[in-house]
Design a protein around this ligand. Structure first.
Ligand SMILES: O=C(O)CCC(=O)C(=O)O
Length: 322
C-alpha cells in the first residue's frame, strides 16, 4: 500500500511538473512572437489577422498583382524547367481544391547532385550554428554534443549547392506559385534537412520544445503561401511521411483560429480520418502544399528521412535565412 501511495505521489508530481513545463514553454513561445513582432510590425499584423478568412482576403486583395494575367508568357522563358511535363494549371486547380498536389518528380541528375552534397557537406543539429557534423560522423557528433540528434539542416546549401539553386529558381515551380498566390512570389524559405530515428522520449521532448512539426498545425508565414517538398530518401509510413489534411485550408472551426496546433484525435474527429493524406514516395518524389492546411511530420522508425522544403509567399518578412 505504501508503495502504491509513493508511486501515485510521484505520478502527481511528474504530471504537475509537466504541466508547469508546458505553460512555461507556451509563455516563452508567445514571448518569442512578441520579439519577432517588435522587429517587424508588418509580420505581427499578418500573424494576428492572416488566420482569419477576412484577414487573408484583405492581405490577398492588398498584395495581389492585378495585371498578372497579361504577364502569362513572362515566367521563366529563358531557363528550362526540371518539371517540363508538369501541368501547372492542373496543379494549381488541385491545390485550390484539396490544399495539395502530388505530381512532382526530380530528375535523376538533380537528385544525384543534391544527394552528393548531402553526404559530404556540413549539417547543423536543429539548424543551429556551431553544432555541425558530417552525415558519416553522426554517431560521433551525438557523443560530442551529448544529445540525440533528431533533426539537422544544411545551413550553407543555398550558396554551395548548384542543384538547390536550380530548384529554387525553377520556372515551373515559380509559375505554379505565381498562379496560386496571384502575384510573382518571393522565396522565403529554402531548406534541406534530416529527420532521424530517435527514442520516444527524445521525440516527445522535441514536440514540447518549440518545433511543433510533429503535431498537426498550420503555418502562418504570410496571407498566402505555398510550399514545395521533395523527398530525397524513400519515404513510407514508417520512415517519416508527411501528413496533410485535405481541404483544411478552406474549412476551420472557431477554435482553430486561436489554436494552431491540434492532436491527431481532434483532427480526425473534425475532418474525418479519411481526410488525412499520408504522403509517401520514392527518393525524388515531390509535392506542393498550402501550409495553411493542417499538416505534420512523423517520427521515422525504420529509416531516416532527408527532405527539401521550398516556401514561396507574397512578402518576405525576413524570418528565415536563405
Ligand atoms: O517534417 C515535416 O514533414 C513537416 C514540416 C512542417 O510541418 C513544417 O515545416 O511546418
Amino acid at each position: 500500500m505504501y508503495f502504491v501511495n509513493v508511486l501515485e505521489d510521484l505520478n502527481r508530481q511528474i504530471s504537475c511538473r509537466f504541466t508547469c513545463l508546458k505553460i512555461r514553454l507556451k509563455l516563452e513561445k508567445h514571448y518569442q512572437y512578441l520579439i519577432k513582432g517588435k522587429k517587424n510590425s508588418r509580420w505581427l499584423l499578418m500573424f494576428v489577422i492572416a488566420r482569419l478568412p477576412w484577414g487573408r482576403n484583405l492581405g490577398e486583395f492588398f498584395y495581389r498583382d492585378r495585371y498578372l494575367t497579361q504577364k502569362q508568357n513572362y515566367y521563366g522563358t529563358k531557363v528550362s524547367s526540371i518539371f517540363k511535363d508538369t501541368d501547372s494549371e492542373k496543379a494549381v486547380k488541385l491545390i485550390k481544391q484539396d490544399g495539395y498536389y502530388l505530381g512532382l518528380q526530380l530528375s535523376q541528375p538533380i537528385l544525384k547532385e543534391v544527394l552528393e552534397y548531402a553526404y559530404t557537406a556540413n549539417i547543423s543539429i536543429d539548424g543551429k550554428r556551431g553544432f555541425e557534423f558530417k552525415y558519416s560522423n553522426k554517431n560521433q557528433a551525438a557523443k560530442q554534443y551529448n544529445c540525440q540528434i533528431i533533426t539537422a539542416n544544411y545551413l550553407a546549401i543555398n550558396s554551395e549547392c548548384l542543384a538547390m539553386q536550380k530548384l529554387s529558381n525553377d520556372p515551373k515551380l515559380r509559375e505554379i506559385a505565381t498562379k496560386y498566390l496571384g502575384k510573382e512570389p518571393v522565396l522565403v524559405r529554402s531548406q534541406m534537412g534530416w529527420t532521424f530515428i530517435g527514442s520516444k522520449q527524445a521525440y516527445a521532448q522535441k514536440g514540447e520544445t518549440g518545433i511543433p512539426t510533429l503535431r498537426f498545425h498550420y503555418d502562418l508565414d504570410d496571407y498566402r503561401a505555398l510550399k514545395f517538398f521533395f523527398y530525397l530518401t524513400d519515404v513510407d509510413s514508417l520512415s517519416g511521411s508527411h501528413r496533410c489534411v485535405a481541404g483544411s485550408h478552406k474549412k476551420r472551426k472557431l477554435l482553430h483560429y486561436l489554436v494552431r496546433s491540434q492532436s491527431d484525435q481532434k483532427i480526425a474527429d473534425y475532418y474525418g480520418l479519411e481526410s488525412v493524406v499520408n504522403i509517401c514516395g520514392r527518393a525524388g518524389f515531390g509535392f506542393a502544399e498550402d501550409p495553411f492546411c493542417f499538416h505534420r511530420g512523423s517520427p521515422p522508425t525504420t529509416a531516416p528521412r532527408l527532405m527539401i522544403q521550398l516556401e514561396f509567399a507574397l512578402n518576405d518578412y525576413g524570418m528565415w535565412e536563405l
